[in-house]
Design a protein around this ligand. Structure first.
Ligand code: DOR
Ligand code: ZN
Length: 403
């Protein structure tokens, strides 16, 4: 077996028994991307095991170094709560699209500037994290406000929340007709529309809200504003993945770690599990599989966006709990699990560090992070201003950690 990876070559290999011979399928990845390195350990010993067991066994990677990722969808909240969570995102991600659903929502460029400054003031010294700000679209968002947003250089998207769809969406859009002027202005100015893709009609089943939004609203938006750049946020269904895949290159989608790792069964495993409750809600296993296929396909339309959405533990463990999973401190290990389970660790960097920057017209980050295969446990709770927040996967073990 002469299988000697050259230094610096990114490599994922599978050893496959073929009759009485060993076939090695190796994939050189990131050849054009010197920042990324996958390193392997114990490959030869493991391939002996493979012959004995006559099974497909992926070679085990011990570390994975990739260009620093960005989070294209995060909720940082404000004040003491923001100060408690921002470090988790800023430590790992170079930049993040910061959602505007505060109370009151960030509807103006002036408010986004103030919020941005509060975030920057809360960062540890010498931290180079860059918050990418968004405005909250309302029925009254004016073309002048959108022009100010464009000229600011720090507002990167405008978020469309259908009124009543999720946390702090009361001031959101009440009908498409009311925002057609704003969408036309955004199309003209080249501002990204970030969409929470769920209808709110009481007669639509909660598990169908995304699919129905695509049929009733997204299709019309794409038809009427064909040059409008759109990110369909936190997609959760096979239909959404298919829609984005088939759409023109101005349409992209973010995918969360929870929607890659869990189906709706996780919400009811042995009892009601409020920390798996987010919106759009987790769906059936077939949808999870379609999302994994999309995220690991290498298609640049699919982008990392955690939708990390912290709520106080008490606001989730109650008779009417808030929607949102707090994933920021463990996001990259979670994505690594999902990509590894799909045999696609070599595609993680594109999804996490390249596709989003390309879509938003940003330069790639030029430093790197390293993930190490080392079990680490997730704390039961973390400080959250005057209270605590329970992270996703609290009390369980992760397979990877950020070195
Ligand atoms: O689960 C969610 N939580 N989905 C959203 O769309 C909003 C978010 C939040 O802000 O809590
Ligand atoms: Zn969100």
């Amino acid at each position: 077996m002469n299988f000697v990876p050259t230094a610096g070559q990114a490599l994922q290999a599978l050893v496959q028994p073929a009759g009485n011979k060993l076939r090695i399928i190796a994939r050189a990845a990131f050849a054009s991307d010197p920042v990324t390195r996958l390193s392997t350990r114990g490959a030869l010993a493991e391939s002996t095991d493979i012959i004995a067991n006559n099974q497909y066994v992926p070679m085990t990677l011990s570390t994975l170094t990739l260009r620093r990722p960005d989070d294209f969808h995060v909720h940082l909240r404000d004040a003491a709560e923001m100060r408690a969570v921002v470090g988790a995102t800023a430590q790992v991600f170079g930049r993040a699209i910061v959602m505007p659903n505060l109370k009151p929502p960030i509807t103006t460029t002036a408010a986004a500037a103030d919020y941005r400054q509060r975030i920057i003031d809360a960062l540890p010294k010498n931290c180079r994290f860059e918050p990418l700000m968004t405005l909250y679209l309302t029925d009254n968002t004016s073309a002048d406000e959108l022009l100010r947003a464009k000229d600011s250089g720090f507002v990167h998207a405008v978020k469309y929340y259908p009124a009543g769809a999720t946390t702090n969406s009361e001031s959101g859009v009440t009908s498409l007709a009311r925002v057609s002027g704003a969408l036309a202005a955004m199309e003209r100015l080249g501002i990204v529309l970030s969409v929470h893709g769920e209808v709110t009609d009481a007669d639509v089943d909660v598990f169908d809200r995304e699919r129905v939004f695509i049929d009733r609203q997204l299709t019309a938006i794409v038809r009427d504003f064909p040059a409008l750049r759109i990110v369909v946020e936190h997609i959760t269904t096979r239909e959404a993945a298919q829609f984005v895949n088939d759409a023109s290159s101005v349409i992209a989608a973010t995918i969360t770690p929870q929607h890659l790792l869990y189906s709706r069964n996780a919400l009811f495993a042995g009892g009601l599990r409020p920390h798996f409750y987010c919106l759009p809600v987790l769906k059936r296993e077939v949808h999870r599989q379609a999302l994994v296929a999309a995220a690991t396909s290498g298609n640049p339309k699919f982008i990392l966006g955690t939708d990390s959405a912290p709520h106080a533990t008490g606001a989730k463990e109650t008779s009417c709990g808030c929607a949102g999973c707090y994933s920021a401190p463990i996001a990259m290990p979670l994505y690594a699990e999902a990509f590894e389970d799909a045999g696609a660790l070599d595609r993680l960097e594109g999804f996490a560090s390249i596709h989003g920057a390309a879509f938003y017209g940003l330069a790639r980050n030029n430093d790197s992070i390293t993930l190490q295969r080392e079990a680490s446990s997730v704390p039961q709770s973390l400080e959250f201003g005057a209270t605590t927040v329970t992270p996703l996967r609290a009390g369980t073990t992760l397979r990877w950690r950020v070195a």
